[in-house]
Design a protein around this ligand. Structure first.
Ligand SMILES: NC(=O)c1ccc[n+]([C@@H]2O[C@H](COP(=O)([O-])OP(=O)(O)OC[C@H]3O[C@@H](n4cnc5c(N)ncnc54)[C@H](OP(=O)(O)O)[C@@H]3O)[C@@H](O)[C@H]2O)c1
Length: 288
């Protein structure tokens, strides 16, 4: 199978390329090689490559900046996804497009299923939902995979930020009234590999199993990393940010279960794997 990956230099994109390369002819394109907002280039490259599957991880992911930069967020996340979907459909490739828990408003108190009502509160969430809609409209051969609270060895994320802050030793305040499920890019990439080998198309929720607040998550990061630092719980109100965050964005994994796919491991185990991989990367990059 030939796989083409958009956003190949991103946090998830890099792990997808490295895992897929072991199993398939895999071609990763970063933004400088394949700008998804340029419809002609997207079409040209996908026609030339003729992939069997396109893993579309590229996105405008600056959630707060998007509030001020609505046009660009939609150009990338909505029209960019439209371009990728149209080109994939033209060559008969399956499309696996990554989406987000931010399509929900966070007012629920039980996990969101794939059929739950969407109601994004932020520009980022709205633009990602518009991207999902294009994908559904353009090609039946799609997997839309909504994930949440992503962390991996590449790129910036909550775990790496906390490790850095924790090592500075100053007391920290972390939000304790937003709940979700952390998701490791390594685990998600493995699931994508399994998903795209099938023709069980549709919308899927994929996150590591278990639920926590950002505060719980931070405590577990420090516990596993053996870092002694004072962490105080705080409220979303105390930690105001430009874009609203869903208070509760736990994703139920009904579609994975119903279609016979494996569920991701508990988030604490994923964190343990990450810390092992990360210490190795830190050594390699000499950043310790
Ligand atoms: N991070 C999370 O917590 C989270 C949660 C839920 C869902 N997701 C979704 O998961 C997917 C992967 O996210 P991630 O964490 O890997 O994000 P990321 O590290 O920001 O990667 C996104 C990549 O897309 C690239 N990109 C931006 N604009 C582009 C364009 N016009 N054309 C081509 N590439 C472009 C970025 O390039 P530059 O670096 O050059 O901008 C970046 O390399 C995204 O669809 C995101 O919406 C992420």
């Amino acid at each position: 199978m030939k796989a083409l990956v958009t956003g190949a230099r991103g946090q998830l994109g890099r792990d997808v390329v490295s895992l897929f390369s072991h199993y398939h002819d895999t071609f990763g394109f970063g933004r400088d090689q394949l700008d998804i907002t340029d419809a002609d280039t997207v079409r040209k490259i996908i026609r030339e490559m003729e992939p069997d599957v396109v893993i579309h991880t590229a996105a405008y992911t600056a959630v707060d900046r998007a509030e001020e930069d609505k046009h660009q967020a939609f150009v990338v996340n909505a029209q960019g996804s439209q371009n990728v979907a149209a080109a994939a459909a033209e060559v008969g490739a399956k499309l696996c497009a990554i989406s987000t828990d931010y399509v929900f408003d966070g007012q629920a108190s039980t996990p969101y299923t794939e059929d739950s009502k969407v109601n994004p509160q932020s520009v980022y969430g709205q633009s990602k939902l518009a991207g999902e809609d294009y994908v559904r409209e353009i090609t039946d051969s799609h997997f839309i995979v909504r994930t949440s609270w992503v962390f991996g060895v590449h790129g910036n994320n909550f775990v790496k930020t906390l490790l850095k802050l924790g090592k500075q030793g100053k007391p920290l305040k972390v939000v304790n009234d937003q709940f979700g499920s952390p998701t490791s890019t390594a685990d998600l990439a493995k699931l994508l590999l399994e998903l795209v080998a099938s023709n069980r198309f549709g919308t899927y929720h994929a996150s590591n199993t278990g639920v926590c607040s950002w505060y719980d998550f931070s405590r577990e990061i420090f516990r596993q990393a053996g870092i002694q630092v004072e962490v105080e719980p705080c409220t979303t109100e105390e930690f105001s940010r430009p874009a609203p965050r869903p208070a509760y964005s736990v994703l139920a994994h009904d579609a994975l279960r119903e279609n016979g796919f494996h569920l991701l491991q508990p988030w604490q185990d994923a964190l343990r794997d990450f810390l092992g991989d990360w210490s190795h990367y830190e050594d390699l990059e000499g950043t310790k």
